[in-house]
Design a protein around this ligand. Structure first.
Ligand code: IPM
Ligand code: MG
Length: 359
């Protein structure tokens, strides 16, 4: 049987990034070796806050051109205690997302079998959401400036940008995601009561795009009210589309409500497929537990599954997630999920489960 081969760039970067990316690659290799329906070839890029401190650059000259040669990017985390966060973020992660036009950020959240929501009555199946985050403009557009720096009369602006093109493409993407899910239900998150320009355009474009998706039920929700609905009526929500900053905040809440930020994946997609898309666990560098070998690799496993699906390996993606959920259900959990296992033990259990189920 001929199998497709994919070239994956791995950028483990900072904090627990290297630990979880290593775990992710181990699980992916085990899956590829067992299923034999696809092949993966990894190229490691050592871009990180360490290389930034040594060379003054996160991404070396020509780095993006090399990255572009790959089919996908598996990213760990960026951020270091001795580098200002806005430098590390704009130096590495946004420096890839923005030129590669990865305008759709996808954040699925659900209560895994074997994990528990902190919400008293929320069972597996009650909370099963996908947050679609606008990933190229909005509050993260990078527009603004500072004058009279350091003076008592200093001013700074941070301008949110909403372009018709930018809003329309993320709305279309979100409607398509909602349409493919069984409930066909999309909530458009907004703040057009207070923000009367960009957010009003956002609402208008959502309404116009909705006409092309008559089978999708849409509702509109102000972002503040959305937080209460997520907590009080999680079962009424399915797919959510929100601006860059709103979705950033809502997705942390979503991850916490699902049980732990240690399981949540994210995909930075270029839906035009002109550039590779980038897949990363949501949790970030987590310096408090770096080097201890106790980071939860589940977010990276789920991230790896999302990557496989995007590459066209939907069956392998489902199989990986099933193995991971089985391991969670069997109680092999890291401390953030109330267990005692370390990163290696969870990874070994997932590899063993893959071999048992599909070998
Ligand atoms: C996320 C993170 C980032 C963001 C941080 C690391 C800047 O919180 O991916 O949600 O705000 O986009
Ligand atoms: Mg965030």
């Amino acid at each position: 049987m001929s199998s497709k081969s994919y070239s994956i760039a791995s950028i483990p970067a900072d904090g627990i990034g290297p630990e979880v990316v290593e775990a992710g690659i181990t699980a992916l290799n085990a899956l590829a070796d067992t299923l034999k329906t696809f092949k993966l070839e990894f190229t490691n890029y050592d871009w990180s806050s360490e290389t930034y401190k040594k060379t003054g650059k996160y991404i070396p000259d020509g780095g993006l051109d090399s990255l572009k040669q790959h089919d996908a990017i598996l990213f760990g985390a960026v951020g270091a205690p001795d580098v200002p966060d806005h430098i590390s973020l704009w130096g590495l992660r946004l420096a890839i997302c923005q030129p590669f036009q990865q305008y759709a950020n996808v954040r699925p959240t659900k209560v895994f079998r074997g994990t528990q929501s902190p919400l008293r009555n929320c069972k597996t199946g009650d909370l099963d959401w996908v947050i679609i985050r606008e990933n190229s403009e909005g509050e993260y557009a990078g527009q603004g400036g500072r004058s009279h720096t350091g003076k008592p009369w200093e001013v700074a602006t941070e301008t949110a940008i909403f372009s018709r093109v930018g809003v329309e493409r993320i709305m279309r993407f979100a409607f398509e995601v909602a349409q493919k899910r069984p409930r066909k239900l999309l909530t458009v998150v907004t703040k057009s009561n207070a923000q009367r320009n960009g957010m009003v355009l956002w609402d208008e474009v959502a309404k116009a795009v909705a006409k092309d998706f008559p089978d999708v039920t849409v509702d509109k929700m102000l972002v503040d009210a959305m937080t209460t609905r997520m907590v009080l009526k999680p079962e009424t929500i399915d797919t959510i589309v929100a601006t860059n900053l709103h979705a950033d905040i809502l997705s942390d809440l979503a991850a916490a409500l699902a049980g732990s930020i240690g399981i949540a994946p994210t995909s930075n997609l270029d839906p035009t497929r002109q550039n590779p898309s980038m897949f990363e666990p949501i949790h970030g560098s987590a310096f408090d537990i770096t080097g201890k070998g106790i980071a939860n690799p589940v977010a990276t496993f789920w991230t790896a599954a999302e990557m496989l699906e995007w590459l066209g390996e939907a069956d392998a993606s489902k199989k990986l997630l099933t193995a991971v959920e089985n391991v969670c259900e069997a109680g092999v959990l890291t401390a953030d999920l109330g267990g005692k296992a370390n990163t290696k033990e969870v990874t070994n259990a997932v590899v063993a489960e893959i071999k048992k189920l599909y070998g």
